[in-house]
Design a protein around this ligand. Structure first.
Ligand SMILES: C[C@](O)(CO)[C@H](O)COP(=O)(O)OP(=O)(O)OC[C@H]1O[C@@H](n2ccc(N)nc2=O)[C@H](O)[C@@H]1O
Ligand SMILES: Nc1ncnc2c1ncn2[C@@H]1O[C@H](COP(=O)(O)OP(=O)(O)OP(=O)(O)O)[C@@H](O)[C@H]1O
Length: 300
C-alpha cells in the first residue's frame, strides 16, 4: 500500500538578529533567537511505485529542480543509498504554500527540514537529528534550526544551536507585500557587521527580569531592508505603535509580541487593508520533533 504523510512546516521569527562578523567565504556570523510559530506550510508525501522524486504542486517562481524540498530529498536519498545499499522508493511531494517567499519566515528552509525529517522516517534511512542538520546546512542556513526543532539561541551562520525557554505569547505578523532577497541585504555596504557578542544568559536573564519578550537587542538587517524596501519601513512604523515591532530574518515580514490572544486580535483588527496581517502562537517545539511514521503530527 502507498504510504501518505501530511506534515507541518512551521515558520520562524528571529526575535533579535545580530550580525557579529563575516567569514572568509562571505557568509555572515550571526547571533539570533529563533522562535517557532504555529503557522506554516503543509507538505504531503506519497510513496511511488518507481524511484522518482517529484514535486506535484506548482510553486510560482521556483522551478521543481531548484525547490529546496526536491534538493533536500535528493540529498537524503543519496545518503540513504550510501548507508543501506538500497534505493528507497520514489515520492510525490505536494505542498500547501502558506508562507510568503522572501518573507524572513524561513518557509523554504522549513519545507526542506520537514522533507528531511519525513523522508528519513518514511525511507527508514536512520540518520540522526544531528546528521540531518549537517545534511541540510549547505542548502540553507536556517535548515539546521528547523530540524533541531526547539526555540533556540543560535550562533555561527545559525547552525550552533542551544535550546532556550521563552514565555508563551502571541505574535501579530504583517506581510508588507514585497519579497526581500536575502543576499541583497547581506551584501549591502550599509550593513553593520560588528555588533558586540552577547551570551545566551544575557537573553535569558533579560527575559526573567522583564517577564516579557520586548526589547532585547535588535535586527541588524532591518535598517538595510527598510532603506531598500519602503513598505517594510511603513509596516515597522505602523506596528511599532503597539509595541516593539521588528523585522524577522532579512525581511520583509514584521512582527510584534503580545501577552494574550485578545491583545493580538485587537491589533489585528486595525491592520490596514493593503497588508496581509495574521496572528500566530509561539511554539516551544516543532510538531515533528518526536516523529516516527506513526505519530499524530505527521498523519498517515
Ligand atoms: C537571515 C536569516 O533569515 C536568519 O534566520 C537566515 O540566516 C537566512 O537564511 P537563508 O534564507 O536560508 O539563506 P541562505 O539561502 O543560506 O543564504 C542566502 C544568501 O544570504 C547570504 N547569507 C546568508 C546567511 C548568512 N549567515 N550570511 C550570509 O551572508 C549569502 O549571500 C547567501 O548566499
Ligand atoms: N519550497 C520552497 N519554498 C519557498 N522558497 C523556496 C523553496 N524552494 C526554493 N525556494 C527559494 O528560496 C527563496 C527563499 O525562500 P524563503 O521562503 O525561505 O525565504 P525567507 O522567508 O526570506 O527565508 P529566510 O528567513 O531564510 O531569509 C525563495 O525566494 C525561492 O527562490
Amino acid at each position: 500500500m502507498r504510504q501518505l504523510l501530511n506534515c507541518p512546516a512551521p515558520a520562524k521569527l528571529n526575535l533579535f538578529l545580530h550580525v557579529t562578523g563575516r567569514r572568509a567565504d562571505g557568509y555572515h556570523l550571526l547571533q539570533t533567537v529563533f522562535q517557532l510559530i504555529d503557522r506554516g506550510d503543509v507538505l504531503h508525501f506519497t510513496l511511488r511505485d518507481d524511484d522518482a522524486i517529484r514535486r506535484v504542486t506548482d510553486v510560482p517562481g521556483v522551478p521543481e529542480e531548484q525547490d529546496l524540498i526536491v534538493r533536500a530529498a535528493h540529498k537524503l536519498r543519496a545518503e540513504a543509498i550510501r548507508r543501506t545499499g538500497r534505493t528507497p522508493p520514489g515520492v510525490d511531494i505536494a505542498i500547501d504554500k502558506i508562507l510568503p517567499m522572501g518573507g524572513g519566515l524561513g518557509g523554504g528552509s522549513s519545507d526542506a527540514a520537514t522533507t528531511l525529517m519525513a523522508l528519513n522516517a518514511l525511507w527508514q534511512a536512520g540518520l540522526s537529528r544531528q546528521e540531518l542538520m549537517d545534511l541540510g546546512l549547505p542548502l540553507g542556513a536556517d535548515i539546521p534550526f528547523f530540524v533541531f526543532g526547539r526555540t533556540a539561541f543560535a550562533e555561527g551562520v545559525g547552525e550552533a544551536l542551544q535550546a532556550v525557554d521563552v514565555p508563551a505569547c502571541w505574535y501579530v505578523v504583517i506581510e508588507p507585500g514585497v519579497a526581500v532577497p536575502t543576499a541583497k541585504i547581506f551584501t549591502s555596504e550599509h550593513l553593520t557587521r560588528n555588533t558586540p557578542l552577547v551570551i545566551m544568559s544575557d537573553f535569558s536573564s533579560y527575559l526573567a527580569k522583564r517577564n516579557g519578550l520586548q526589547g532585547f537587542g535588535r535586527n541588524d538587517l532591518q535598517q538595510v531592508a527598510t532603506r531598500l524596501f519602503p513598505p517594510v519601513a511603513e509596516a515597522v512604523e505602523w506596528l511599532g505603535g503597539y509595541g516593539d515591532a521588528r523585522m524577522t530574518g532579512s525581511g520583509a515580514c514584521v512582527f510584534c509580541a503580545f501577552d494574550s490572544e485578545e491583545q493580538a486580535d485587537a491589533v489585528l483588527a486595525k491592520v490596514p487593508g493593503a497588508w496581509n496581517g495574521w496572528k500566530a502562537k509561539a511554539l516551544q517545539r516543532h510538531p515533528l520533533l518526536d516523529m516516527s511514521p506513526s505519530t499524530e503530527s505527521c498523519e498517515a
